[in-house]
Design a protein around this ligand. Sequence first.
Ligand SMILES: Cc1cc2nc3c(=O)[nH]c(=O)nc-3n(C[C@H](O)[C@H](O)[C@H](O)COP(=O)(O)OP(=O)(O)OC[C@H]3O[C@@H](n4cnc5c(N)ncnc54)[C@H](O)[C@@H]3O)c2cc1C
Ligand code: FES
Ligand code: FES
Length: 1260
Amino acid sequence: MDKIKFKVNGVEYSVGCDVSSTTSLLKFLRNRLELRGTKYMCLEGGCGACIVSVRKCPGAPVQSVNSCLVSITSCKDWEIETIEKVGNRFDGYHPLQKTLAEKNGTQCGYCSPGWVMAMYSLFKGKGKMTMHEIEQSLGSNVCRCTGYRPILEAFKTFASDAPNRNDILDIEDLTICNKTGKACKGKCDDSDWCFVSEDDVSQSKVINIHLKDDKEWFRVEELDDIFKIFKHKGDDCYMLVNGNTGKGVKPIDEYPRLLIDISGVRALKVYFLDQNLVVGGGTTLTTLTEIFDEIGGQDYFSYLKVFNEHLQLVAHIPVKNIGTIAGNLMIKHQHNDFDSDLFLLFETVGAQVTILCRDGVRKTMTMLDFLEENMRGKVLLNILLPPLNKIIKVVTYKIMPRSQNAHAIVNSGYLYHLDKDNKVIACRIAYGGLSPTFTRATRTENELKGKKLFTNETLRSALNVLNDELVVEDMPPAPSVKYRRTLALGLFYKGLLSLCPSNILNRRYKSGTINLHKARPVSDGRQIFETNPLLWPLNQPIPKVEALIQCAGEATFTDDVPTQPREVHAAFALTTAGLGTIDDIDASCALKIPGTIDFFTSKDIPGVNSFTPGGSIASIENEELLCDGTVKYHGQPLGIMVAETRDIAERAAKLVKVKYSNVRKPVIDIKEAKNNPLRTLIFMDFIAKDIGSDIAKVIKNEITLRGQYHFTMETLVSVSRPTDVGIETRTSSQWMDVIQLMTSRVLKIPQNKIDVIIERLGGAYGLKITRATQVAVGCNMVVQKTHNPCRIAQSLETNMRGVGKRLPCTGTYEIAVNKSGVIQYVNYNLYEDNGYVFSEPLILYTLDVYYNCYNNKRWNYKAFNSTTDTASNTWCRSPGTLEAIVMAECMMEHIAYEMSLDPMQVRLANLDSKHDAIKEMYEKLKDDSNYNERRAAVDKFNKENRWKKRGLRFSCMRWAPVSIPVYLDINLSVFTGDGTIVITHSGVEMGQGINTKAVQICAYFLKVPIEKVQIKANNTTSCPNSFVSGGSITSQNVGLGVQRCCEELLKRLSPIRLLLENPTWEQLIAKAAENGLDLQTHGFVSIVDNQIFDAYGVALSEVEIDVITGEYEIRRVDLSEDVGRSVSPEIDIGQVEGAFVMGVGDLTCEELVYDPNTGELLTNRSWDYYVPQARDIPQDFRIYFRKRSYSNDIVLGSKVTGEPATCLAISVPLALREAFVSARSENGLSSKKWYPIDGPYTVEKVCLATATKLEDYKFY
Ligand SMILES: Cc1cc2nc3c(=O)[nH]c(=O)nc-3n(C[C@H](O)[C@H](O)[C@H](O)COP(=O)(O)OP(=O)(O)OC[C@H]3O[C@@H](n4cnc5c(N)ncnc54)[C@H](O)[C@@H]3O)c2cc1C
Ligand code: FES
Ligand code: FES
């Protein structure tokens, strides 16, 4: 039987019939080799957590790949390196790991190995890189915690042009020798370490493997062999596997019967110039850019340079390293709605493809004919790129919802052949993203022929024809038809602007030629805070204590628990109707899939069918673990499928047949629900204490904010096993106690027989407070039913569809103001969308901040709870507070527009004098940020430019922690042998640095080095009854508990100390042991210890928008936050930056799109849901901590930092608003009128808000 051989970290492995078609490199590394340093989340190339380094054959460059996309059987001859090899605690850490750790580029640490591997591969493959190149190359990775700035800063220190590069390390040190594992001296011969000789490689042989799941895998090296396989095995059900990245675009639930790996077929990788540039279909996109670089230097192919700029925006480096031309075009062939950039580029220049049919017949055809061609049993051989005279101009565009790693909303390409008078001899106009069929604007092309291109008349007539012929279809979740049409027309104009001779073009229109993202400079940042060395290690800026192990992949997360004997996997089956009754659930067909084990529904639950502790402060209602028969929302878990592997469980779960009756259209929009008394109940009514009579204007409005998916890099995971008395579960939860409690209630087992262990979380942001319980309890139920260990690592899709998110809300307000914008009265109603049930009282969090920092004596506030037919919404970073503060900030801004006042003056005029700190911080920030000059510069810029506009806006925040129940047991023990200390506390480390702060506080009080202190994982035995880690207060409460432990220990030690003369810590402890002293102390912190204070913040954001496309760049953010006297300033900087960027995501690019008829969430993948990435953050990001701030002694002067800055992100949409209002003014639209925008200020909404008309498009 054939085998595929490869090396991982220098050790040779082989696979054959022991793996399945679904066994990816990732699974092999994690499950077979137990190399769990490589993480994963999306499994579709969208997050970068799984990146590893590979060298595909001797002499080939080192490249990054997404191990989740690569089939293990594709790895023939590969040399694979994982994070474990790059650096570890035994052999020493790699400079990249060390620098990322030192610069605080890791918070929860779940994404960190992926970042290190992406960077490591880049340096190994490319050698020297500039800072700009580094920033551009990291579109492959997502980090939800840090806000990216410290990651970029860490990696840029390795750039060839880094100002302090030599101080950090020499680039040569980065290349670690494959043989020695030490810095490469550059003397090795590549072939020396590759275990396959060149002769072996050149021998052509078909490899044939009968895979474990009955699929057949072939690896061929000759084209002929593909056809031989078709002949003998049939061509009815096959896939030609190149990079296998297509599944990141269109998910593959089950692979076809025959899998033919053609990545080794040399004939598909050749390129040559005959008349055309001929490039083999098997060429990877990375190689394609290299070819374009080389050939683009030739006169007739200079357009390839334009292509290469476009290719920068296609996918990201690891996908391009294995994804091929043919793969891309074939996805387009199979799914015409795919907005392939390659297809677009090729169609723009009239490229052709060669198709190889059986018997060696070759057909050459146009791109459009290719889409019509029946490709069964055929191979896409190559692409023919025509030579084009230099005078022919090619321009292309790709508009994306964020600046990197997103497929196009609309892409377009224009080719113009002009004579010397700029008359059109020929042209081609191509589009993607408009409809599955519309590609070429041929009528417009004809309209242009013979016309002088750069006249307003030609432009007008062409735009009219184009507008008329464009076919734009509704393709949810793609943006609206209106936006995509606007883009198509705008890009046509933009293309012409970019070609228009400058003597024709009006100076104001030149701004339309600039590509905002391309023009983005290398990002910058500053962090300005005070620290008092006399207090150190308290208040000392230090990296996270676990930073290094996180960057090395050594920090273990729940799913890193090694596979246990007899372990089974489970996945939830979800409802596919929005509302209705389940008449029948039939899993019989699904259970026929080999590898399935069992299927459980609500009927199998022995105890209560609820994963929430109804009646508690955190969960008012019991929420069903599994649907009881009445469907509450589309995507509700209705059963648990158990199987041998996660893939089988997930596939089978989707095949469970459910019969529904009484299916109805769900209500999914809070705007509708709020008007329905059956769905909306008043929760609280605050009556104003005063009313003013100086009324110059009454302003009314309604604003709706939408939900936000938490996008934790670690999804909801549980790994459970039966113990001799009950069940032990390791789980990704912010609330250990509830897992134990609900397992006990659901499974009817006493609490003391259930052990819960939580080490750390890969991000949480509130998602894992209660939602993790559903997965954990489901997992425990499988353990109880099957007596096997069980693992549920929930897929991103299920996480997104089945689980609630940030609460959407609608605020309606009527505000009366005087001429200075001072509020006379406010009638303000806020409706919070709880999802299908009002279970988590998040509305409580609005009650103290609905007026933010403004004087509330004239505010009438009514808070309503609404329900919609969507998943039960839940805590999400600054829940309730964010919505309330954002609404209040919008009100201030609205007043300013209506009254033509400076918005900051309106804020100050309404500021509550209790919160004068805001004024002080504003004045300081105004100076620090150079506001006055920049204000003038923005105004000048907006006057001078028609197609780019800027905005500069402040936001203010008062954030008060809410007193929630707290129950934290903190235990501190000292080891007598060496005086080292171990602490367990009931808080959950999820990136917020709780352990680091605990260590600093302990070291401060005990006067020991921080290295002496170790925090250990929590469990329900040492930390029983622990309440939620959340609300930003757990770190300070744990700190208080540690302080109490230390004080108690010091008290006990003080008589011993008197026996010794100035003892060292170790001597003191040894003596204490000798004297039989108990060296374990306990601290308890409860609700009475909660410290309430106000945390303030002011931010100033400057943005620039492209009026034609709606794209934007955040040019600079200055953010001042009142963090008290920080226990750990670097940790708090990270919290502030990360929170702000998460807020920016919520308010700009993260859009959840539901099917209005069924309530199905359509944006349920990384392919469609866009969190900010590294090039979406402020170009210049400056953080200032308020000076001389101090909360109180109990919490050592510190204030909360985890959540507040999320709210300050509203300054970004407000700045975007200023920019688009300026564009609207060009059309004579009043700047006084508030243009309504619901939900995030996406590129679509910004563009449409500019209200640009076709007539506005002119050259002069
Ligand atoms: C995260 C991510 C981001 C992306 N972003 C973009 C983007 O911005 N723009 C864009 O245009 N694309 C984008 N893509 C798509 C990417 O370019 C394609 O996934 C890739 O090019 C497919 O190549 P592959 O070799 O991996 O194909 P595979 O997945 O191996 O194969 C895909 C299909 O092509 C068929 N096939 C492969 N080779 C041949 C051949 N020679 N002849 C006939 N059939 C063949 C296979 O049978 C299969 O059906 C993205 C993909 C991912 C995962
Ligand atoms: S898990 Fe591979 S990219 Fe997300
Ligand atoms: S540190 Fe990057 S996702 Fe948590």
